[in-house]
Design a protein around this ligand. Structure first.
Ligand code: NAI
Length: 335
């Protein structure tokens, strides 16, 4: 099958090429992001393979369909960047990688918590400068603290297991509670109760119309003064301007982000010689109690291998007529 692979970095090309050895697809790698402006590059390809910051809106999908694309293979679990209604209308099947390593993302969330709490990022810089002062590096024991988990699917459960191991109290909210998370001692509650009880709030819910700006001025006000917020899910869950205001008021104690609302213009690019044009992001990273990573939750060798293997299996399933194993169903129309 001829596949146009967008938003590829050297590590993607390597893992996809290795996985393809057992499948024999014709992969053509493009560095460009897929948007309506670049979609014409895929003309003549049966399948298009994309990542999290590609923009599969109705315009881009119409261009893909006109060029002969029948399968959209996402190299991600999240599919908030795809207009599923338009894809269904245009006869494009959408497949994804539902679970490639929940541990990779959960472990990064924990790394952000540990770094922010014990100020590892600041200590690293100080020691290199020959500054061994401990002023400003005071942390707290995680043991006994209450951790709120918003979304206890695959990643939320893996995260819950680690935090239970630290001796934390777990409080969770999810419209579909998990028995496995309950068995770890977690209490389920509504979002408001969770926010007012937790010392650390970690977001592991998908971005949907219902979860967009789940964390905004009103919900931030419910959080304990000095609490920590961690988002490794999708940037749109958090109203960035509202968290900046909460940080300025010293209400929010610490913020760890692996995702950002407007990350498409920033993440996965080297802008070190160019500078950052996004003033909101630039303000965010001035706070000493904010730690941002550039969407690297998925970035482990294990996860890359699993993403590549599942993507190839999706492509092969489609060519063999059995269909990709992991189809994203078209949404049921709202009445
Ligand atoms: P999942 O589908 O296994 O779990 C998501 C859970 O969120 C489900 O249990 C669902 O019921 C729950 N949920 C939905 N709406 C909710 C709401 N309003 N409040 C609370 N819970 C809600 O998904 P998984 O694999 O755990 O991934 C979670 C998210 O992590 C993905 O949607 C994706 O956006 C993000 N992600 C980030 C990565 C990174 O590199 N930073 C990599 C992979 C995923």
């Amino acid at each position: 099958m001829r596949v146009a692979v967008f938003s590829t970095k050297p590590y993607d090309r390597q893992s996809l090429t290795e996985a393809n050895a057992a499948h024999g697809h014709h992969l053509n790698f493009f560095e460009a992001r897929l948007t309506a402006a670049t979609a014409a590059l895929a003309a003549g390809y049966d399948a298009v393979c994309v990542f999290v910051n590609d923009q599969l809106d109705a315009d881009a999908l119409a261009i893909l369909a006109a060029g002969g694309t029948r399968l959209l293979a996402l190299r991600s679990a999240g599919f908030n960047h795809v207009d599923l209604d338009a894809a269904a209308r245009l006869g494009i099947t959408v497949a994804r990688v539902p679970a490639y390593s929940p541990y990779a993302v959960a472990e990064l969330a924990v790394a952000l918590i540990l770094s922010l709490n014990r100020k590892i990022h600041r200590a690293f810089a100080r020691v290199r400068e020959g500054n061994f002062s401990l002023d400003g590096l005071l942390g707290f024991d995680l043991h006994g603290r209450t951790v709120g988990i918003v979304g206890t699917g695959r990643i939320g459960e893996a995260f819950a297991r680690i935090m239970a191991g630290f001796g934390c109290q777990l409080i969770a909210c999810d419209p579909s509670p998990s028995d496995a998370v309950r068995a770890l001692g977690a209490q389920y509650a509504d979002l408001h109760t969770l926010l007012s009880a937790a010392d650390i709030v970690a977001l592991h819910a998908p971005l949907t119309p219902d979860t967009r700006h789940l964390i905004r001025a009103e919900t931030l006000a419910l959080m304990k003064p000095g609490a920590m917020l961690i988002n490794t899910s999708r940037g749109g869950l958090v109203d960035t301007r509202a968290v900046i205001a909460a940080l300025k008021r010293r209400h929010l104690g610490a913020l760890g982000l692996d995702v950002y609302e407007e990350e498409e213009a920033l993440f996965f690019h080297d802008l070190s010689a160019h500078g950052i044009d996004d003033d909101v992001f630039a303000r965010l990273v001035t706070f000493p109690n904010v730690l941002v990573t550039g969407h690297q939750g998925f970035f482990t060798v294990d996860a890359l291998r699993n993403i590549a293997d599942t993507t190839m299996a999706n492509l092969t399933g489609f060519t063999q007529g059995s269909g990709p194993a992991h189809v994203v169903p078209a949404p049921v129309p709202r009445r």
